[in-house]
Design a protein around this ligand. Structure first.
Ligand code: SF4
Ligand code: MG
Length: 352
């Protein structure tokens, strides 16, 4: 395998008037070249904080990275801000959730795309946030226009030339999201980071956009980190899934293997809460994400966990043993499992 991005032991605190929030607690995450990984968890679990740490857009303060590494092609970006800027500019690109926040109402689609393509370093607000991550190959006007049209075509936008003249308010939500994606692709990134880009769209439009994104990622052999709270979306888009709970990655596995045999009690609860998709039927998980100023000792999930072991789960943080599966290993951060187990043994424990 050929690792593009490796986040290891990443911990992030936020200092506020309420106290110190221990938000990320030793996050591990690996993305191979050409791989799409979904980072899945409830609102507030630290997905976006992880994304911002990778993109170098974590506000510091109040955020503080207290441990860990973010290796991109083997170089730790956290100790090399110059390299982080270069990678952000030339190789990484972000796709955002809400196009209207990032598209300027007063510029046409064409001029925004041209600005992103030739961006040189201002950090004005709103849609320039995108540009900040897309330091430009400075193409000439004609070439940029051709590239814009080609990308709009790829995103199956009818009448690409006419669309370049349009303003965001003249377009539907689905069209705006396609344009956001086209903008993120204009500088030919190798790594895409998508933060819940389809959440606001209806299911049909969402599916179309996921298909387009997936198609482009496969054709260009891009790597992608796709952040979502929706396991169904994750299943459609990702080769590998990382389940996150309360600032920790609790289970990582091949997408289909994870859906076939979820191991972590939290993953099992998440799957139970979407009966239509999986055939399970259950009631989801009671309770809510803990207070990060005073997170639970031991396993952060123990107050909500139906399988918690008294005196163990509330005392000792679990390790993350690797459990050998058919095609790939599963990692599961939980006291119920150890790395002597086969996947069959582990399934027997999970369903006990
Ligand atoms: Fe539940 Fe214990 Fe596993 Fe945490 S370590 S998920 S509390 S069984
Ligand atoms: Mg978020």
């Amino acid at each position: 395998t050929d690792t593009l991005l490796n986040v290891s032991d990443l911990s992030v605190d936020f200092e506020t008037y309420e106290g110190r929030h221990h938000v990320l607690n030793g996050v591990n995450l690996t993305i191979e070249k050409g791989e799409t990984v979904a980072l899945v968890g409830e609102t507030g679990c630290g997905k976006s904080v992880t994304a911002r740490s990778i993109m170098g857009t974590l506000p510091r303060p109040p955020g503080e990275i207290t441990s860990g590494r973010i290796d991109y092609r083997g170089a730790d970006l956290l100790v090399d801000p110059t390299e982080h800027e270069r990678v952000k500019g030339e190789e990484m690109s972000m796709i955002f959730q809400d196009p209207m926040t990032y598209l300027s109402p007063v510029y046409s689609v064409g001029s925004m795309m041209a600005d992103v393509a030739t961006y040189s370093g201002s950090n004005d607000a709103s849609w320039l946030d995108i540009a900040r991550n897309l330091l430009g190959q400075r193409g000439n006007k004609k070439e940029v226009r051709e590239r814009s049209i080609e990308l709009l075509e790829r995103m199956r936008i009818p009448d690409p030339e006419g669309t370049l003249e349009k303003y965001p308010v003249e377009l539907s939500g689905g069209m705006r999201q396609r344009i956001i994606i086209a903008m993120a692709l204009i500088n030919e990134p190798t790594f895409l980071l998508a933060d819940e880009p389809t959440t606001a769209l209806d299911v049909t439009v969402q599916d179309q956009i996921l298909d387009l994104l997936r198609e482009h990622v496969e054709e260009r052999d891009l790597s992608m980190l796709y952040i979502t709270h929706n396991l169904g979306v994750a299943r459609k888009v990702a080769d590998k899934i990382c389940i996150m709970y309360a600032g920790e990655v609790v289970e990582v596995g091949d997408t289909e293997e994870l859906f076939d045999a979820p191991l972590h009690p939290y993953t099992r609860g998440l799957l139970d809460s979407i009966p239509k998709l999986t055939g399970f039927d259950g009631d989801g998980i009671d309770g809510q994400i803990p207070d990060y100023t005073d997170p639970p000792q031991g396993c952060r999930f123990h107050p909500r966990c139906p399988a918690a072991i008294d005196g163990v789960c509330d005392a000792e943080p679990p390790e993350s043993p690797a459990i050998e599966g058919d095609d790939s290993d599963r990692r599961v951060t939980c006291h119920l499992y150890d790395d002597e187990m086969t996947l069959n043994d582990a399934v027997a424990v999970a369903t006990d």
